[in-house]
Design a protein. Structure first.
Length: 435
């Protein structure tokens, strides 16, 4: 094992030995190298005369750039757009995102969390998390309706075992009792369990109510108290897009961070969906845990391991993308602009609910609960989902996503309000065609 990895492990072991038990074998061996990158960073600070360390080209004392490239980046200089970013992410963006996490989650007040590590989108964030914390054979608990890429990253690539529970009760709420049963069942025979919680959820568009959220936190705390190490991973990709009053408006990360020495909370979020910049691919990994020593030192060690995973994978996320996101967040119009887009999505969600309240659809499908995010799902009663999907595409030019035998996912985020009625009437007609 590299001495730098041993050094980080010692810091983590001293701060909370349970964290060492949670780390994957790769995570234990990860470190952030003090090689070219560290020497270049030191030179950037001190080499005021000549700096011949970093592998970029310069011209006239500035970053070299093609005018045809810079013509598309009028608001940023080449230094902020074309150079390599640190594997940790650019400092200003990391600090700004951390401040935003506290602002959006008031329950975090007086709690210490790590400085976010920047990833190339949240998908990459999940992959980085898996490198650091997931070993082959580890159990990851997910609901029976989930984003398919979790399986690709956690099961196919990392060889974890995914266990499911039924997401909704028959009455339409989140199935906290099925969740509790599955978590406690796995905890009985394992030293570590991983629970992945995604709200607003893809594909259902559901976020926990306050009561449901409190129950989930209680369950995970009870399991940690029983002696099992718990890694709670919060995929908050669609955070902030909440459309009902009783929905939990904070991330579960806020309640879970530091709640018990055997519970590690990991927040995966990003500008991708929250700030409507999907293709810029800017995500973050943030930690919250109980530490008996200097929390800053332990978080620094976790950040270095996580940045080491980024360094050994893609080197760093796009500097241009990070600079654009940071500039937007610092804009005096940022909050107003986000509020405007939120209102548009909220109106679309309410239009979907209003249209689907029509009893003419009740024999064709049931509607899964939804109250947030980008998506909603219907459960078909008369035809197979894939057959209907293909028929709608071929005959009517309507595209939806089929999930299993019975479910169709609708991304109302990309529908104009005027298209909502047309869409569901077309789906109903397609069902009649096939029936």
């Amino acid at each position: 094992m590299n001495p730098l990895a041993k050094e980080l492990n010692q810091v983590i072991e001293t701060g909370n030995p349970n964290l060492m038990a949670m780390l994957a074998d790769i995570g234990k061996n990860l470190f952030f190298p003090k090689g070219i990158l560290a020497q270049s960073a030191e030179a950037k600070e001190k080499a005021h005369r000549i700096n011949a360390t970093i592998g970029i080209a310069k011209e006239g004392g500035a970053t070299m750039a093609l005018p045809s490239v810079m013509a598309s980046i009028s608001a940023l200089g080449a230094e902020q757009a074309l150079t390599y970013a640190p594997s940790f992410g650019i400092p200003g963006l990391r600090a700004a995102w951390k401040d935003a996490i506290y602002e959006k989650n008031p329950s975090l007040k007086d709690k210490a969390i790590s400085l976010p590590i920047v990833t190339c989108g949240i998908t990459h964030g999940i992959s980085v998390f898996a490198d650091v914390w997931v070993d082959p054979g580890d159990v990851v608990i997910l609901p029976d309706m989930f984003w398919g890429n979790y399986n690709m990253i956690l099961n196919v690539r990392k060889h974890a075992t995914i266990k499911h529970f039924k997401i909704f009760t028959e009455s339409g709420g989140y199935n906290t009792e099925a969740f509790a049963a599955k978590v406690k069942e796995e905890a009985k025979t394992r030293d570590k369990i991983i629970v992945l919680l995604n709200f607003p959820q893809n594909p259902t568009g559901y976020t926990l109510t306050v009561a449901e959220g409190n129950r989930v936190v209680q369950i995970l705390k009870e399991v940690a108290e029983s002696g099992t190490n718990v890694i709670a991973v919060l995929d908050d990709a669609y955070f902030g897009l909440f459309y009902e009053d009783d929905v939990m408006k904070e991330s579960l990360f806020a309640q879970l961070a530091g709640i018990h020495p055997r519970l590690l909370a990991v927040k995966l979020d990003g500008a991708t969906k929250e700030n409507y910049v999907w293709g810029l691919r800017v995500g973050f990994v943030t930690y919250g845990c109980a530490v008996t020593t200097d929390a800053k030192k332990v978080y620094d060690a976790l950040e270095r391991k996580t940045a080491g995973a980024v360094r050994g994978n893609i080197s760093n996320a796009s500097h241009l993308s990070q600079s654009i996101v940071l500039a937007s967040m610092k804009s005096e119009n940022f909050a107003r602009e986000k509020a405007e887009k939120y209102k548009i999505l909220e109106a679309r969600a309410r239009k979907v609910k209003a249209v689907l309240a029509d009893p003419k659809y009740k024999d064709a499908w049931d509607v899964y609960p939804f109250n947030s995010g980008y998506f909603m799902c219907i459960r078909l009663k008369m035809v197979k989902a894939e057959a209907l999907r293909v028929h709608l595409l071929d005959k009517y030019g309507v595209g939806l996503i089929s999930l299993g035998d019975t479910d169709l996912r609708v991304a109302f985020s990309c529908l104009e309000e005027a298209d909502v009625q047309v869409l569901f009437d077309t789906v109903l007609q397609g069902i009649k065609d096939l029936s």
